[in-house]
Design a protein around this ligand. Structure first.
Ligand code: BGC
Length: 250
Protein backbone atom coordinates (compact mmCIF):
# COMPACT_ATOMS: atom_id res chain seq x y z
CA UNK A 1 0.00 0.00 0.00
CA UNK A 2 1.22 3.49 -0.80
CA UNK A 3 2.00 5.55 2.27
CA UNK A 4 0.79 9.09 1.80
CA UNK A 5 1.22 12.43 3.51
CA UNK A 6 0.08 15.98 2.90
CA UNK A 7 2.05 19.19 2.57
CA UNK A 8 1.15 22.86 2.21
CA UNK A 9 3.73 25.36 0.99
CA UNK A 10 3.07 29.00 1.87
CA UNK A 11 4.74 31.44 -0.51
CA UNK A 12 4.50 35.18 -1.14
CA UNK A 13 2.24 34.78 -4.18
CA UNK A 14 0.65 31.34 -3.87
CA UNK A 15 -0.28 28.75 -1.25
CA UNK A 16 0.10 25.25 -2.69
CA UNK A 17 -0.84 21.87 -1.33
CA UNK A 18 -0.99 18.25 -2.33
CA UNK A 19 -1.11 14.62 -1.30
CA UNK A 20 2.36 13.06 -1.44
CA UNK A 21 3.55 9.52 -2.03
CA UNK A 22 6.07 9.43 0.83
CA UNK A 23 8.27 6.79 -0.82
CA UNK A 24 8.74 8.53 -4.18
CA UNK A 25 7.89 12.18 -3.54
CA UNK A 26 5.37 12.14 -6.35
CA UNK A 27 2.09 13.97 -5.93
CA UNK A 28 -1.04 11.89 -5.96
CA UNK A 29 -3.74 13.85 -7.70
CA UNK A 30 -3.36 17.51 -8.50
CA UNK A 31 -1.43 20.28 -6.87
CA UNK A 32 -3.94 22.73 -5.42
CA UNK A 33 -2.92 26.38 -5.63
CA UNK A 34 -4.71 29.39 -4.17
CA UNK A 35 -3.35 32.96 -4.42
CA UNK A 36 -1.85 34.14 -1.13
CA UNK A 37 -4.35 36.50 0.50
CA UNK A 38 -3.19 40.11 0.69
CA UNK A 39 -2.33 41.20 3.29
CA UNK A 40 -0.87 37.78 4.10
CA UNK A 41 -1.86 37.89 7.77
CA UNK A 42 -1.68 34.72 9.87
CA UNK A 43 -5.49 34.39 10.08
CA UNK A 44 -6.00 34.82 6.32
CA UNK A 45 -3.21 32.35 5.44
CA UNK A 46 -4.55 29.80 7.95
CA UNK A 47 -8.03 30.04 6.39
CA UNK A 48 -6.54 29.40 2.93
CA UNK A 49 -4.53 26.41 4.21
CA UNK A 50 -7.74 24.97 5.67
CA UNK A 51 -9.48 25.46 2.31
CA UNK A 52 -6.72 23.51 0.55
CA UNK A 53 -6.86 20.58 2.99
CA UNK A 54 -10.66 20.54 2.68
CA UNK A 55 -10.53 20.61 -1.12
CA UNK A 56 -8.20 17.59 -1.09
CA UNK A 57 -10.41 15.93 1.56
CA UNK A 58 -7.21 15.31 3.54
CA UNK A 59 -7.77 14.11 7.06
CA UNK A 60 -4.38 13.05 8.43
CA UNK A 61 -1.23 14.62 9.86
CA UNK A 62 0.21 17.35 7.68
CA UNK A 63 3.14 19.73 7.30
CA UNK A 64 3.03 23.44 6.48
CA UNK A 65 5.92 25.65 5.39
CA UNK A 66 6.40 29.35 6.07
CA UNK A 67 8.99 31.74 4.63
CA UNK A 68 10.07 32.40 8.22
CA UNK A 69 12.34 31.12 10.92
CA UNK A 70 10.23 28.61 12.86
CA UNK A 71 11.22 27.36 16.29
CA UNK A 72 8.95 25.08 18.27
CA UNK A 73 5.95 26.00 16.10
CA UNK A 74 6.52 29.73 16.55
CA UNK A 75 7.18 32.03 13.54
CA UNK A 76 10.14 34.21 14.47
CA UNK A 77 10.81 36.26 11.34
CA UNK A 78 8.92 37.52 8.29
CA UNK A 79 11.23 38.75 5.55
CA UNK A 80 8.80 38.35 2.63
CA UNK A 81 5.44 37.86 4.32
CA UNK A 82 3.19 40.04 6.50
CA UNK A 83 5.16 41.27 9.53
CA UNK A 84 2.34 40.25 11.89
CA UNK A 85 3.66 36.65 11.58
CA UNK A 86 6.54 37.52 13.91
CA UNK A 87 5.79 35.94 17.28
CA UNK A 88 2.72 34.06 15.98
CA UNK A 89 2.20 30.56 17.36
CA UNK A 90 1.80 29.15 13.85
CA UNK A 91 1.32 25.57 14.99
CA UNK A 92 -1.63 26.45 17.25
CA UNK A 93 -3.11 28.77 14.65
CA UNK A 94 -3.03 26.14 11.87
CA UNK A 95 -4.17 23.41 14.29
CA UNK A 96 -7.25 25.45 15.14
CA UNK A 97 -8.00 26.46 11.54
CA UNK A 98 -7.62 22.88 10.32
CA UNK A 99 -9.31 21.31 13.31
CA UNK A 100 -6.46 18.90 14.10
CA UNK A 101 -3.55 18.62 16.49
CA UNK A 102 -0.89 16.92 14.36
CA UNK A 103 0.34 19.89 12.32
CA UNK A 104 4.07 20.39 11.73
CA UNK A 105 5.29 23.88 10.77
CA UNK A 106 8.73 24.53 9.32
CA UNK A 107 10.75 26.95 7.19
CA UNK A 108 10.08 26.72 3.42
CA UNK A 109 13.71 26.22 2.36
CA UNK A 110 14.21 23.61 5.09
CA UNK A 111 11.22 21.69 3.72
CA UNK A 112 12.59 21.86 0.17
CA UNK A 113 15.98 20.72 1.46
CA UNK A 114 14.49 17.71 3.24
CA UNK A 115 12.67 16.70 0.04
CA UNK A 116 15.60 17.23 -2.35
CA UNK A 117 18.02 15.46 -0.02
CA UNK A 118 15.78 12.42 0.48
CA UNK A 119 14.09 12.05 -2.89
CA UNK A 120 15.49 14.61 -5.32
CA UNK A 121 18.86 15.93 -6.50
CA UNK A 122 20.67 14.96 -3.28
CA UNK A 123 19.31 11.46 -2.87
CA UNK A 124 22.58 9.62 -3.60
CA UNK A 125 24.91 12.15 -1.98
CA UNK A 126 26.58 11.60 1.39
CA UNK A 127 28.01 14.41 3.47
CA UNK A 128 26.92 18.01 3.63
CA UNK A 129 24.25 19.06 1.15
CA UNK A 130 23.21 22.71 1.00
CA UNK A 131 20.03 23.69 -0.82
CA UNK A 132 19.75 27.33 -1.78
CA UNK A 133 16.43 28.64 -3.10
CA UNK A 134 16.41 31.68 -5.36
CA UNK A 135 13.08 33.51 -5.41
CA UNK A 136 11.79 36.73 -3.86
CA UNK A 137 14.44 36.09 -1.23
CA UNK A 138 17.15 33.47 -0.75
CA UNK A 139 16.40 30.50 1.47
CA UNK A 140 18.88 27.90 2.71
CA UNK A 141 18.81 24.37 4.09
CA UNK A 142 21.83 22.51 5.45
CA UNK A 143 21.72 18.72 5.73
CA UNK A 144 24.37 16.33 6.94
CA UNK A 145 23.78 12.73 5.95
CA UNK A 146 20.07 13.42 5.75
CA UNK A 147 19.80 15.27 9.06
CA UNK A 148 18.65 18.89 8.86
CA UNK A 149 20.20 21.76 10.76
CA UNK A 150 17.08 23.98 10.80
CA UNK A 151 16.69 27.73 10.26
CA UNK A 152 20.09 28.53 8.76
CA UNK A 153 18.96 31.78 7.01
CA UNK A 154 22.07 32.24 4.86
CA UNK A 155 20.06 34.53 2.59
CA UNK A 156 20.66 37.23 5.17
CA UNK A 157 24.42 36.75 5.39
CA UNK A 158 26.25 39.95 4.49
CA UNK A 159 28.29 39.43 1.34
CA UNK A 160 30.43 42.33 0.13
CA UNK A 161 28.46 44.85 2.19
CA UNK A 162 25.02 43.63 1.08
CA UNK A 163 22.62 40.96 2.28
CA UNK A 164 23.00 37.86 0.10
CA UNK A 165 19.33 37.97 -0.94
CA UNK A 166 19.58 41.63 -1.92
CA UNK A 167 22.48 40.70 -4.15
CA UNK A 168 21.39 37.45 -5.79
CA UNK A 169 17.72 36.53 -5.24
CA UNK A 170 15.98 35.95 -8.57
CA UNK A 171 13.84 39.02 -7.81
CA UNK A 172 17.05 41.09 -8.05
CA UNK A 173 17.64 39.76 -11.58
CA UNK A 174 14.15 40.91 -12.53
CA UNK A 175 14.26 44.26 -10.74
CA UNK A 176 17.64 45.22 -12.20
CA UNK A 177 16.97 43.56 -15.55
CA UNK A 178 20.23 41.58 -15.35
CA UNK A 179 21.20 39.00 -17.97
CA UNK A 180 21.63 35.42 -16.74
CA UNK A 181 25.39 35.87 -17.03
CA UNK A 182 25.40 39.11 -15.00
CA UNK A 183 23.14 37.60 -12.37
CA UNK A 184 25.23 34.39 -12.20
CA UNK A 185 28.22 36.53 -11.19
CA UNK A 186 26.30 37.66 -8.09
CA UNK A 187 25.15 34.10 -7.40
CA UNK A 188 28.77 32.87 -7.58
CA UNK A 189 29.80 35.52 -5.09
CA UNK A 190 27.06 34.54 -2.66
CA UNK A 191 27.72 30.80 -3.02
CA UNK A 192 31.43 31.47 -2.51
CA UNK A 193 30.67 33.06 0.85
CA UNK A 194 28.50 30.07 1.78
CA UNK A 195 31.07 27.48 0.68
CA UNK A 196 33.85 29.23 2.58
CA UNK A 197 31.83 28.81 5.77
CA UNK A 198 30.37 25.36 5.20
CA UNK A 199 32.52 23.43 2.70
CA UNK A 200 29.53 21.49 1.37
CA UNK A 201 29.78 18.38 -0.81
CA UNK A 202 26.96 19.63 -3.00
CA UNK A 203 24.86 22.73 -3.62
CA UNK A 204 21.33 22.20 -4.89
CA UNK A 205 19.87 25.28 -6.57
CA UNK A 206 16.11 25.60 -6.05
CA UNK A 207 13.38 28.14 -6.68
CA UNK A 208 11.53 28.81 -9.94
CA UNK A 209 14.65 30.01 -11.73
CA UNK A 210 16.28 26.57 -11.36
CA UNK A 211 13.97 25.47 -14.19
CA UNK A 212 16.19 27.58 -16.49
CA UNK A 213 19.39 26.19 -14.93
CA UNK A 214 21.16 25.66 -18.25
CA UNK A 215 21.18 29.44 -18.71
CA UNK A 216 23.07 30.25 -15.54
CA UNK A 217 24.52 27.27 -13.65
CA UNK A 218 27.27 26.84 -16.32
CA UNK A 219 28.41 30.44 -15.60
CA UNK A 220 29.01 29.78 -11.89
CA UNK A 221 32.63 29.77 -10.72
CA UNK A 222 32.34 27.85 -7.46
CA UNK A 223 34.55 25.00 -6.30
CA UNK A 224 31.50 23.08 -5.03
CA UNK A 225 29.36 21.27 -7.57
CA UNK A 226 26.00 23.00 -8.15
CA UNK A 227 23.07 20.97 -9.48
CA UNK A 228 19.50 22.08 -10.14
CA UNK A 229 16.70 20.94 -7.86
CA UNK A 230 14.82 17.92 -9.17
CA UNK A 231 11.42 18.42 -7.55
CA UNK A 232 11.03 22.06 -8.62
CA UNK A 233 7.64 23.46 -7.68
CA UNK A 234 6.65 20.54 -5.47
CA UNK A 235 9.73 20.42 -3.18
CA UNK A 236 8.10 22.51 -0.41
CA UNK A 237 4.94 20.39 -0.44
CA UNK A 238 6.87 17.11 -0.44
CA UNK A 239 9.28 18.27 2.29
CA UNK A 240 6.44 19.47 4.50
CA UNK A 241 4.72 16.08 4.14
CA UNK A 242 7.99 14.22 4.90
CA UNK A 243 8.70 16.42 7.93
CA UNK A 244 5.23 15.73 9.33
CA UNK A 245 5.66 12.01 8.72
CA UNK A 246 9.15 11.83 10.28
CA UNK A 247 8.30 14.14 13.16
CA UNK A 248 10.93 16.72 12.15
CA UNK A 249 9.54 19.73 13.99
CA UNK A 250 12.06 22.53 14.47
C1 BGC B 1 13.54 34.21 4.67
C2 BGC B 1 13.71 32.71 4.81
C3 BGC B 1 13.07 31.99 3.64
C4 BGC B 1 13.56 32.56 2.32
C5 BGC B 1 12.86 31.95 1.14
C6 BGC B 1 14.10 34.63 3.33
O1 BGC B 1 13.95 36.00 3.18
O2 BGC B 1 14.23 34.88 5.71
O3 BGC B 1 13.14 32.27 6.03
O4 BGC B 1 13.38 30.63 3.71
O5 BGC B 1 13.40 33.96 2.28
O6 BGC B 1 11.48 32.16 1.17
Amino acid sequence: MTRTGFGIDVGGSGIKGGTVDLATGELIGERIKIATPQPSTPEAVARTAAEIAAEAAWDGPLGITLPSVVTNGLARSAANIDKSWIGTDARSLFSKALGRKDVTVLNDADAAGIAEDALGAGRDVDGVVVLVTFGTGIGSAVLHNGVLLPNTEFGHLEVGGKEAEHRAASSVKEDKDLSYKEWAKEVSRVLEAFENLLWPDLFIAGGGISRKHEKWIPHLKNRTEVVPAALLNTAGIVGAALAADKGIAP
